[in-house]
Write a protein that binds this ligand. Structure first.
Ligand SMILES: Cc1ncc(COP(=O)(O)O)c(C=O)c1O
Length: 390
């Protein structure tokens, strides 16, 4: 062969590193194009079969590895990755619902999931209804011929009620309705979503699997081959890919997920218990606390809890005072995500958010990070003093 130009040589260089490099860390494979040995090999490849590679969007060794590990965490057979937790919710809706169908959402569902139903699903001719997850007896009356999917969440976002998951899932199954669980709080650690009856389990990997507060990603898992095919096809047709550098970050953190989860659980419980002793606080919503709604279900089904809880302030305090309390915090920053190193606090207007909620008063949702719990307690104490002492 004639000598090639060095520029061509740089692209088509013959050197191959020796095989056999083995390390605990997973290599970062990034590609849009994946090359085939010949045309016949290209034509023979089926992108759905994850024993080989077709195109970057369908996966590389790096993304396949994270999918397999998340499936192991959730106790699933199949997993796909999505660019965020919210897009994992969207994927489940898109894969399993069609025009004319109805989806049920718990009244305490993650807020943007309800927004998706109110606006996007509605535009596609899919209706939704809210149900009270703490009243399973009322559920059968809401399940009609149009109902194809029910979302479960445990505990509910912000108000932290822990439902009877197996009972809700059983009712759905008896009516032929697919039960999908948002398992972001449980993270595959506090309980197993499939064992409790869910057929589809999604998670915002943004939270515990990442743990660093620097990645957005989601996963959708199933044990059922038929559901997995529906989800995988929709995932491909909608072009949902994730970046290998982000996958690398999640893979790097995943091996420490259980110790991070346990550490934040312990800190959150100690702060939650302490807040129950404070006169400014009328209730602390944390499923491991005996007075928290659904505590008995948490106790029956869970071995741990995430580092999240909400404090309901006495109704004699105004929204402005509760906001001032949050503003007076130094270590707790104001922001929405959780499971990262930094503790966070967000005030919510309970009446505006949940008109059906029996409690009055204003609520603050805390997400506990990795700071020393004694420092966090001191931070809460000084902010309570500043905001409520006058
Ligand atoms: C319960 C729950 N589900 C889903 C999500 C969405 O995750 P992401 O932020 O990755 O879209 C969140 C985010 O806060 C969440 O709290």
């Amino acid at each position: 062969m004639t000598r090639r130009d060095p520029c061509t040589e740089l692209i088509h260089h013959a050197y191959r590193p020796p095989a056999g490099f083995e390390a605990p860390q997973v290599p970062v494979h990034k590609a849009s194009t994946i090359m085939f040995a010949n045309v016949a090999a290209m034509r023979a490849r089926d992108w759905r079969n994850k024993t080989g590679y077709t195109y970057g969007l369908h996966g590389t060794p790096t993304t396949f590895t994270l999918e397999a590990r998340i499936a192991a965490l959730e106790g699933a057979e199949h997993c796909v990755l999505t660019p965020s937790g919210l897009s994992a919710i969207a994927l489940v809706n898109q894969a399993l619902l069609a025009q004319g169908d109805e989806v049920l959402l718990p009244v305490n569902v993650y807020g943007p999931s309800a927004e998706m139903a109110r606006h996007e699903l509605k535009r596609w001719g899919i209706s939704h209804r809210l149900y009270d997850p703490m009243d399973p007896a009322a559920l059968p009356a809401l399940l009609g011929p149009k109902t194809k999917l029910i979302w479960l969440e445990a505990p509910g976002s912000v108000t932290m009620e822990f439902p009877d998951l197996p009972e809700l899932a059983r009712i759905a199954r008896d009516h032929g309705v697919t039960a999908a669980l948002d398992n972001t709080w449980g993270a595959g650690l506090a309980f197993n979503g499939f064992d409790l009856g869910a057929q589809v389990v999604m998670q915002a990997l943004t939270k515990y699997p990442s743990g660093g507060g620097d990645v957005l990603m989601g996963s959708v898992c199933t044990r059922n081959a038929g559901l997995a095919d529906q989800i995988k096809l929709c995932h491909m047709r909608m072009g949902l890919g994730v970046g290998a550098n982000d996958v690398e970050l999640v893979l790097r953190s995943l091996s420490t997920i259980s110790i991070r989860y346990a550490a934040q659980d312990a800190s959150a419980r100690s702060l939650a218990r302490w807040l129950t002793t404070r006169p400014e606080v009328s209730a602390v919503l944390h499923p491991a606390l005996p007075d928290s709604p659904g505590h008995a279900h948490w106790q029956t089904h869970c071995t741990a809890a995430a580092g999240l809880f909400s404090a309901l302030f006495d109704p004699r305090f105004s929204a402005a005072q509760v906001d001032a309390f949050v503003d007076a915090l130094h270590l707790f920053k104001i922001g929405y995500s959780w499971a990262g190193p930094v503790s966070l606090a967000v005030p919510y207007d309970l009446q505006q958010m949940r008109g059906d909620h029996a409690s009055t008063g204003h609520l603050v949702r805390f997400a506990v990070g990795f700071e020393d719990p004694l420092d966090l307690k001191a931070d809460l104490a000084q902010a309570l003093e500043i905001a409520f002492s006058s």
